[in-house]
Write a protein that binds this ligand. Structure first.
Ligand code: ZN
Ligand code: ZN
Length: 251
């Protein structure tokens, strides 16, 4: 009898693995979560926030800080380093891949990854990374992205009911409907790759509520001319502007 190197429960003696079946399954789920959900989300947030410095915490009216701040960059670097390290263990040349290719290399070498002699440590490190990412990605409250300050281009966030918002950057006050209208125009420049459920979650960050079923229906009926399928089942590259516009027609 050998013990699982992660949960330390006894395993079947036949297993040549460091991890028990349970841990292998969870480990694999986390790998998926990292490349499929967390990294794309962190990266899209970082891109949109690139010009915003840290903000103070003054939750009145519509000007609360974002749930995620400049840590995003650290979290991304740590996540990507983990992927590069694993990919490099599959084949040395893979260590130089960008994160997406590294992730694909890992995903397509399931057996190699799960049976690796370092799997227990790799899994423990990944757990830590996933937990930190998750914490950063969990919204403080029900804040939504209202839009961008037209004076200093800071991101404006607030509650879904906010009617006016004060910019954290330049202290200008804005009427929310106009800010939102400008935001919805800019959504046409934002793409998200994922399942209909991922797209629905992303829209929710803007206070736009749509079910994943409705997005799936739109796909089936050919209503999303900007959505392109990816090589992965049920995953598309969606245009947020198109989704928001269709949602508008639906109201
Ligand atoms: Zn285990
Ligand atoms: Zn401003």
């Amino acid at each position: 009898m050998t013990d699982c190197q992660h949960c330390h429960k006894p395993m079947k003696p036949a297993a040549a693995n460091m991890l028990c079946a349970n841990c292998r399954e969870t480990y694999w789920k986390l790998i998926h979560q990292l490349g499929h959900v967390q990294l794309p989300t962190l990266r899209s947030i970082m891109l949109r926030q690139a010009h915003i410095g840290p903000t103070g915490h003054t939750p009145n009216k519509g000007n609360a800080p974002l749930p995620i701040d400049t840590h995003a960059q650290d979290l991304i670097a740590e996540s990507e380093a983990w992927l590069a390290e694993q990919a490099g263990k599959i084949r040395a040349a893979y260590a130089a891949y960008d994160w997406r290719k590294a992730w694909y290399a890992i995903i397509s070498n399931k057996h190699t990854i799960l049976a690796m002699s370092t799997a227990a440590d790799d899994y423990a490190n990944l757990q830590h990374i996933i937990r930190r990412n998750e914490q950063a990605l969990t919204p403080e409250a029900e804040l939504i992205i209202l839009g961008t300050c037209q004076n200093c281009h800071s991101m404006l966030t607030g509650t879904p009911e906010a009617e006016s918002v004060t910019c954290q950057g330049c202290h200008m006050e804005w009427a929310v409907p106009a800010i939102k209208a400008a935001r919805d125009e800019r959504l046409w420049q934002i793409q998200i790759t994922g399942t209909p459920s991922d797209a629905a979650k992303e829209l929710k960050r803007y206070g736009l509520t749509v079910s994943r079923n409705l997005i799936s229906q739109w796909l089936k009926r050919g209503k999303l001319s900007h959505a392109t399928p990816t090589e992965h089942k049920r995953q598309y590259t969606f245009n947020l502007g198109e989704l928001a516009a269709l949602l508008d027609c639906h109201r």
